[in-house]
Design a protein around this ligand. Structure first.
Ligand SMILES: Cc1cc2nc3c(=O)[nH]c(=O)nc-3n(C[C@H](O)[C@H](O)[C@H](O)COP(=O)(O)OP(=O)(O)OC[C@H]3O[C@@H](n4cnc5c(N)ncnc54)[C@H](O)[C@@H]3O)c2cc1C
Length: 215
């Protein structure tokens, strides 16, 4: 998997709030009208814009085309949109837009904390590591595990916890603890999967999701 960090010029008067996105197309023949949504991962007051983009070479779409961009190729930025915003401590579910809105929001909160202009209760011990192909948020033992568990009693909605038995990133016992904490929940166990059960046992994952979502 290749994740690109794209840094572009920032058009004048181009504003956004952390968590928002824009549509991007490539100013090349055949690609100008192919708009795709991507989230800003830089801070609003940075002089340049940064995007963190996971590529899908097999789709032969825009992200594949971004892989062969050369210096001085031009991107077309469209309107800014999006309602994802920081509203206090909580869980985030990275579907659709993925994790990128939270990269920006967490960076923003960190910068505010450094300036001492927020009393955010977010833990300060976080570190962002960009490693070649992957953007990782390094987590310390007290986060997110304990925070998730602390929040769970507030989750009253019908909840499905899908977890891979071989997950080495979040071990399976975390799922079992969540099940205890969230009263209206059940676990679907993916015996053959690690952290990416939706890739490793796609059929089972889709069936479990449909069963959960449809009455
Ligand atoms: C609000 C928003 C913000 C996003 N921000 C980021 C980001 O910062 N970084 C990042 O790597 N990815 C982000 N994505 C996902 C990104 O838009 C898709 O990966 C990208 O559109 C794939 O384009 P493609 O042409 O290479 O793939 P293709 O599969 O060829 O795209 C085909 C069609 O599917 C649509 N599509 C594909 N994936 C998604 C998706 N997740 N959500 C909605 N439509 C999709 C495309 O827009 C296109 O119309 C975001 C998605 C949304 C909805």
């Amino acid at each position: 998997m290749i994740v690109l960090q794209i840094v572009t010029e920032k058009p004048q008067h181009y504003n956004f709030t952390p968590g928002q996105a824009t549509e991007i197309s490539i100013n090349k023949n055949g690609w100008k009208n192919e708009k795709r949504p991507f989230t800003f991962t830089c801070l609003p007051d940075n002089d340049v814009l940064e995007f963190t983009i996971k590529t899908y070479p097999l789709h032969k779409g825009v992200t594949n085309e971004l892989l062969v961009l050369k210096k001085d190729n031009v991107l077309i930025l469209h309107d800014v949109f999006g309602a994802i915003a920081y509203k206090g401590e909580g869980l985030f579910i990275a579907g659709g837009a993925g994790v990128t809105p939270f990269i920006c929001i967490i960076r923003y909160l960190q910068s505010k904390m450094k300036q001492g202009t927020t009393n955010s209760s977010l833990p300060t011990k976080r570190q962002y590591i960009k490693r070649g192909k992957k953007y990782l948020i390094k987590q310390y033992p007290e986060w997110p595990g304990q925070n998730i568990l602390k929040l769970n009693p507030n989750v009253r909605l019908h909840t499905v916890i899908m977890h891979g038995k071989k997950d080495k990133i979040c071990s399976f016992d975390l799922a079992e603890q969540m099940k205890i904490e969230i009263s209206n929940s059940y676990i679907v166990t993916f015996e053959k999967s690690g952290h990416s059960m939706f890739l490793e046992e796609t059929k089972k994952f889709n069936a479990a999701l449909i069963k959960f979502a449809l009455p």
